[in-house]
Ligand binder design. Structure first.
Ligand code: IPM
Ligand code: MG
Length: 359
């Protein structure tokens, strides 16, 4: 029996993860397989209960599971704590401990949502389908950091370090993904200023030699941020460091009509993975049944494809989401004139109903 550890987390995390679980249950039934789905504490919820954002029990359960479905973490209640005690540490530690060095964030502008995109109509009208491949366990997120008392006040530092092997393995993930897509890869860096970026670029060029069918180019991150808004349709796969991917994936997400739409997969060498919507815990709108659960639902589609080898089921989930959107149903974040507004639970139920219709 395959097991999924569900970590609902904070704020909007639990309500969106609950919709994701509905999809998991559907997939288990459709495949005639019983899935073991169990919940564990993480983030602020875990700090409140145990004092630790990632209790050992949660980490062990994730290690033992076949996949992890993650809600969101981050809780204003604990924002005053020192960095290493904050709720966000839960997801950072999980990524590191589970060896999930590759973060896949597909950003697709569905024609149905073009009206909700902040892009001008003639740009949104062209649509886009981008896969961001973000390095996830290295770089400035995990380098040496600290705060010191200097003669003129405090001095803080964060260091970015990248080893060749770290760049090489994430580059391979990106090139392999490009082979299954439009075979275009843009590597993002700041090689005009940063040593880590120069190393990144040279390793990407070396890996590229093994992929003659993939067209590679390099963009400075500032330019990449601009090109994403000016002409997102030019991109297929974008390869980034940890920090640049964090920033650019939020930018790409909002261009799709809502940050609430974007799923992600964090994976390592094997089939195991952690799946989560890219949006955060959104404490201001949590618990009111208004949050968009499609990011979590589409994350489950990624889980089915990557960790459970259920590509067909995954495709059905994605198709069901599109059908619900074509039917005019929208959560508050993606409302446009004439659409039918639904809540978090109802959106989850609509996707399940759409799935049951085709079976
Ligand atoms: C993300 C989030 C996380 C990150 C936070 C919650 C630590 O913004 O997954 O993009 O910065 O990686
Ligand atoms: Mg982020």
């Amino acid at each position: 029996m395959r097991t999924i550890a569900v970590l609902p987390g904070d704020g909007a995390g639990p309500e969106v993860a609950r919709q994701g679980v509905k999809i998991l249950k559907w997939a288990g039934q459709a495949a005639g397989e019983e899935l073991e789905i169990r919940e564990y504490l993480a983030g602020g919820a875990a700090i409140a209960a145990t004092g630790d954002s990632l209790p050992d029990e949660t980490l062990e359960a994730c290690k033992a599971a076949d996949a992890v479905l993650f809600g969101a973490v981050g809780s204003p209640e604990f924002d005053h704590l020192p960095r290493e005690k904050r709720a966000e540490q839960a997801v950072l530690k999980l990524r590191k401990e589970l060896g999930l060095f590759a973060n896949l964030r597909p950003a697709t502008l569905y024609a149905e949502l073009a009206g909700a995109s902040p892009l001008r109509e003639e740009i949104a009208g062209k649509g886009f389908d981008i896969l961001m491949v973000r390095e996830l366990t290295g770089g400035i997120y995990f380098g040496e950091k600290g705060v010191e008392q200097g003669p003129d006040g405090r001095v803080a530092f964060d260091t970015e370090r990248y080893a060749e092997y770290e760049v090489e393995r994430i580059a391979r993930v990106a090139f392999e993904a490009a082979l299954g897509r439009r075979r275009k890869l843009v590597s993002v860096d700041k090689a005009n200023v940063l040593e880590t970026s120069r190393l990144f670029r040279s390793v990407v060029d070396r890996v590229a030699e093994g992929y003659p069918d993939v067209e590679v180019s390099h963009l400075y991150v500032d330019n990449a941020a601009m090109q994403l808004i000016r002409d997102p349709a030019q991109f297929d796969v974008m390869l980034t460091s940890n920090l640049f991917g964090d920033i650019l994936s939020d930018e790409a997400s909002v261009l799709t009509g809502s940050i609430g739409m974007l799923p992600s997969a964090s994976v390592g060498e094997g089939a195991f993975g952690l799946y989560e919507p890219i949006h955060g815990s959104a404490p201001d709108i949590a618990g009111k049944d208004i949050v968009n659960p499609l990011g979590s639902i589409l994350s489950v589609a990624m889980l089915l494809r990557h960790s459970f080898d259920m590509a067909e089921r995954a495709g059905e989930v994605e198709a069901a989401v599109r059908r619900v959107l074509s039917g005019g149903y929208r959560t508050a974040d993606m409302m446009t004139a004439g659409a039918r507004r639904v809540g978090t639970e109802e959106m989850g139920d609509l996707v399940v109903a759409a799935l049951n219709e085709v079976r």
